[in-house]
Design a protein around this ligand. Structure first.
Ligand code: NOJ
Length: 736
């Protein structure tokens, strides 16, 4: 974090209290303050700073936390939120503890605090980092007004397996897109200085490769080569660190035999030594304790020892650092310097946040900040940028406002709770606009025939008749199907990617009426919707669109907004194809090659249903004139790639121009293509734009057999398109 003005304010908090040093003080001044504080702390007080305890799920304080706060033995609390409650607990620390070190309040502010924005997978579908930055800056303002100064976000795990429920929390399958979104989220939460009003400190999680869980089963083992770690799983974390993220969270998973919460390679060698991260690392919930279940610690003492030694600074929920810390130091298993270093990192974040000077939230500010009209407007507008038009035969969409009657059908049509998705912060379903409410508001004069049809899960078709009647009586049908919000998220993996319950049968029943309809999908993961993709006239993917979701979807269905998003993750035809991702290797027998026996399936095509980067618009675009500033460059050189994009249709709309690269022959196998640039452009009918990307050595290189990052001479295929499939091609030579 860049040190700013030298404003050293030593307004002491009492004779024995911690001195306040302005968050705008230089790094050196902060370190000096920490040193003087450390010199006065007992070992118990130090260990107290390394403890994070959980409040109740609905944000309340637990009585023992007040006790610990008074004793100066509580570094951080998670879930306790709201100006009133945080102030109450903070007073115990600031007024009654010996050293008056403020408590750091943390919470999972993942896609909004009270005003909920689309789930992160949806935000990534915008292919517009400013969407993430804006949403997270609103989230930060609301959270900080409610006393929360630390969010456990962004979740920057790459996910190539949609069975894994937590795919909803990240930016999908690609490291380049993921890195762009990670940096944007850090900027949104933290701004340029997270001590500023309305800013909070972010946390890059889950370090690392958590998304590679075998079988898509949450918390499961991961086996990932170092090259894949460095090229696929690390980049979004690196981007977050480069953007100045203040904290990171060690993941639950076992990584090649060493759980991430005891992994000194990832926590110390890479994060600290290679990347020079000077922030704080918190364990995931009970992850220190879980080292015993992993079988790398025989007891709590050993679990604490391994996590501390590997580089986990703060322990979330389990209390082994506090129970065993003194004894670990006394018997020489953990040097005091290790404890001091962890405490230093915790205090560093507190100083950088300005928490010593401003420990309290303000109820008045909280009331004035949450769920404001401005925030709601932002939520509605940003949500429209996250939708992906998967199919639109014969311009089924957008709909005509003159429609006299509309059937709104499906188990998710009036589900405001699902609209705010999993990990919905302090969001409330009462604040949320369902699709049905959004359609009603959009067309107040039309006759709306609502029918639920069936539940999201279960076997009953009892509601089909009413749904079919509603469709038959209406000029058009909107069918809202998918998953309820509680079908993705933590510990919510699925073995099937099909539409659950009777929903496909419901679509088929409506289809059989022969009346026009469109499918609106709501879901936290890619779904295998082969039948729908083949037979339904129009499909709009809306993820879980947030508090203003229903209005945003209605805006899009009726053409007040253009669905210009693109898939941040591949949609498979069947769960059997998983893991399926665009930046795969070629194999020795690629499909379409000259071998009769190729890498595919005997029962279905090997290709995805919808590829990464795919998405339509209400208008059409054409790419032309792909030009490289040089045909050959040196390994340390760079090249500019330009292309023209034109809106050839009759409506304004957005296109995402995407640049991919393939290193055709290298010393190690390379992916068939890798995203290296993208830009979302808005164009009026007939308008065209020149889009330019620059490729530098960092984009051309890879990790060789000795794990060195190298740019090797040879040919690179350059591909520019509007999806990871198709587009214009050229080539580039790298020569010594
Ligand atoms: C466990 C989850 O893995 C993590 O993402 C979250 O931040 C913590 N619980 C706290 O809620």
């Amino acid at each position: 974090m860049a040190p700013c003005l030298l404003l050293l304010a030593c307004a002491g908090a009492g004779p024995a209290g911690a001195q306040t040093v302005s968050a705008t003080a230089s790094d050196q001044e902060i370190e000096n303050q920490i040193s003087s504080l450390l010199a006065r702390m007992t070992l118990a007080e130090k260990l107290g700073q390394l403890q994070q305890l959980n409040g109740t799920w609905d944000g309340d304080i637990r009585p023992e936390q007040v006790q610990r706060a008074r004793q100066g033995l509580l570094g951080s609390v998670l879930y306790v939120r709201g100006a009133k409650r945080t102030t109450e607990l903070q007073r115990a620390a600031m007024n009654e503890s010996r050293l008056k070190i403020p408590i750091l309040f943390a919470f999972d502010v993942i896609h909004g605090y009270r005003t909920i924005f689309p789930v992160p997978l949806g935000e990534a579908a915008s292919w517009d980092p400013s969407v993430v930055e804006r949403a997270d800056s609103v989230a930060a303002a609301e959270a900080s007004a409610a006393g929360v100064r630390w969010t456990f976000a962004p979740m920057v795990d790459i996910a190539r397996d949609p069975r894994w429920g937590r795919i909803v929390e990240g930016s999908g399958e690609d490291p380049f897109l993921g890195a762009a979104m990670a940096a944007a989220a850090v900027r949104g939460f933290q701004g340029t200085n997270y001590s500023s009003p309305g800013k909070i400190v972010a946390c890059a999680k889950h370090w690392v490769a958590y998304g590679a869980a075998e079988g898509g089963r949450d918390y499961n083992t991961t086996e990932v080569s170092e090259r894949t770690l460095r090229e696929i799983y690390f980049p979004p974390f690196r981007a977050a660190v480069d953007a100045g993220v203040g904290t990171a969270m060690s993941a639950f998973n076992d990584l090649d035999g060493i759980p991430c919460t005891a992994n000194s390679f990832t926590l110390t060698d890479v994060l600290r030594k290679e990347w020079h991260f000077d922030g704080m690392v918190v364990s995931d919930w009970n992850a220190v304790k879980e080292l015993m279940a992993h079988g790398v610690a025989a007891d709590g003492e050993e679990a604490a020892e391994r996590a501390l030694a590997a580089g986990v600074d703060m322990e979330m929920v389990s209390q082994f650092y506090n129970v065993y810390g003194e004894q670990l130091v006394k018997n020489g298993k953990i040097p005091l310097a290790t404890i001091d270093q962890a405490v230093r990192r915790v205090l560093r974040i507190k100083y950088r946040l300005g928490l010593f000077e401003h420990p309290y939230a303000d109820k008045g500010l909280e009331d004035a900040t949450l769920l404001t009209a401005t925030n709601l407007t932002a939520a509605r507008k940003l949500a429209t940028r996250t939708f992906v038009l998967l199919k639109n035969d014969r311009e089924t969409l957008p709909l005509n406002r003159q429609l006299k009657s509309i059937a709104v059908i499906g188990p998710l049509a009036d589900d405001a709770q699902s609209m705010i998705g999993p990990w919905n912060g302090d969001g409330r379903k009462e604040d949320a606009v369902s699709l049905l409410a959004g359609i009603r508001a959009k067309l107040p004069a039309a006759k709306i025939n609502y029918a639920r049809g069936c539940d999201v899960t279960g076997d009953s078709r009892a509601g089909f008749e009413q749904a079919v009647n509603a469709a038959e009586e209406s000029d058009f049908t909107i069918l809202a199907v998918g998953e309820s919000a509680d079908m993705s998220g933590e510990a919510h993996s699925r073995s099937s990617l099909d539409l659950p319950g009777q929903q496909l049968a419901l679509i088929q029943a409506i289809h059989a009426t022969g009346k026009p309809y469109a499918v609106v999908l709501m879901n936290g993961r890619p779904l295998s919707i082969d039948w729908v993709a083949t037979n339904s006239p129009a499909i709009l993917e809306t993820w879980f669109a947030g508090t203003q979701g229903g209005n945003a979807i209605a805006d899009t269905l009726f053409g007040d907004a253009d669905p210009g998003g693109k898939l941040p993750v591949t949609f498979p035809r069947s769960v059997g194809q998983v893991p399926i991702y665009y930046n795969h290797k070629n194999t020795g027998r690629p499909p379409g090659g000259d071998s009769e026996d190729f890498s595919g399936y005997i029962d279905i095509p090997w290709t995805p249903l919808y590829p990464f980067g795919y998405g339509l618009s209400y208008t059409q675009f054409k790419l032309s004139n792909l030009q490289l500033s040089a045909r050959h460059i040196r390994p340390d050189g760079s090249v500019t790639i330009g292309v023209a994009v034109e809106n050839t249709g009759h409506r304004a709309g957005d296109e995402v121009v995407q640049l991919y690269l393939q290193d055709v022959a290298a010393s190690v196998t390379r992916p068939v293509k890798e995203l290296k640039g993208f830009e979302r452009v808005s164009l009026r009918p007939g308008e065209s734009r020149h889009v330019e990307f620059t490729l530098a050595p960092g984009d051309l290189g890879f990790y060789d057999q000795t794990m060195r990052f190298v740019v090797e001479p040879g040919t690179f295929k350059v591909m520019v398109g509007t999806s990871s499939e198709g587009g214009l091609e050229s080539s580039l030579e790298v020569r010594q």
